[in-house]
Design a protein around this ligand. Structure first.
Ligand SMILES: C[S@@+](CC[C@H](N)C(=O)[O-])C[C@H]1O[C@@H](n2cnc3c(N)ncnc32)[C@H](O)[C@@H]1O
Length: 274
């Protein structure tokens, strides 16, 4: 097998710098990226050409299998290293929900990679995802189909779509919440949960009122540095919370999750089990 050359500035001087800002807000935002661009983004931003690992594969492999991402989704997706850790932690807390039948909802699907990993760790659960951007929806629909992944992916706005679903009350619900961060992420002041689009508290309230009789576990994607007041406000929306930040060597730029429950607590479940 031939060693795969690592892309770098010297070998691809013709490409501009690929970083979060250029892909989220630049001319490649809504374009399908080439493999060279995906690897260049990983190299330029994280010194790792294989950074955008998704669906359990490095870029070279998923690209060869026909998986494609837009510029914006390459930045917005939760890559394997992180999505796997999220999936493990979500599954360990979801195991305390009394219901044995679980539905995992991602109202902001993007690549669907986190849902993919949560379902890997919760193999008997079903997956439901919403995506409002028609291009992202279509690419993710094709990507999931080529993987043979059974996730119900629906095109539209999460609020409108949520209203259309009636879920039996005996089902436990897991909701993974990662709307676009946009201006909510400030490297100096941290992530402000009130400034995501939409604000995280709105999403929690919508889901909690739509499924008013269910036990719900929320997993909210967070950044290592967060705005403390916005975190405190978010915690008030939930009955039990726990913050996990994953040290996967991103030098102060680590991500994590805020786990939170509505209408149940894993502490109470543990006590009952003793
Ligand atoms: C940060 S990405 C999600 C990451 C993804 N969950 C993952 O695991 O990789 C956010 C996605 O939510 C979509 N989105 C934004 N607002 C939405 C809304 N109101 N309803 C549904 N999807 C929305 C965006 O188009 C984008 O693709």
């Amino acid at each position: 097998m031939q060693p795969v050359p690592k892309p770098g500035r010297a070998s691809s001087a013709s490409l501009p710098v690929y970083d979060r800002a250029s892909l989220l807000y630049g001319s490649r935002r809504d374009d399908v990226l080439t493999l060279a661009e995906i690897e260049q983004y990983g190299f330029d931003s994280f010194a790792d050409a294989a950074y955008v690992g998704i669906y359990g594969m490095p870029p070279r492999e998923w690209y060869r299998r026909g998986i494609r991402l837009l510029g914006r989704t390459a930045v917005e997706c939760t890559r394997d290293a992180l999505a796997n850790r999220i999936g493990l932690d979500v599954a360990s807390i979801a195991a305390c929900i009394r219901s044995t039948r679980m539905l995992v909802i991602d109202p902001f699907a993007g690549s669907c990679n986190t849902l993919f990993w949560i379902l890997r760790h919760l193999p008997n659960a079903e997956g439901l995802a919403f995506e409002s951007d028609p291009q992202v929806f279509e690419l993710t629909r094709r990507n999931l189909a080529s993987l043979g992944q059974r996730i119900e992916l629906v095109h539209g706005h999460y609020v409108t779509l949520l209203e259309q679903y009636r879920i039996l009350e005996d089902r436990g619900i897991v909701a993974f919440v990662a709307p676009p961060w946009g201006v909510a992420l400030d490297e100096v002041h941290g992530l402000d949960f009130r400034r995501t689009t939409p604000p995280i508290a709105d999403v929690i309230q919508h889901i909690a009122s739509q499924f008013a009789k269910h036990e719900i576990l929320f997993a909210i994607q967070i950044y290592e540095k967060v705005n403390a007041l916005s975190l405190a406000q978010l915690r008030k929306e939930l009955d039990w919370t726990d913050v996990r930040v994953y040290d996967i060597n991103e030098e102060g730029r680590n991500h994590g999750i805020l786990l939170g429950t509505k209408r149940w607590s894993p502490r109470a479940s543990n006590t009952a089990a003793v």
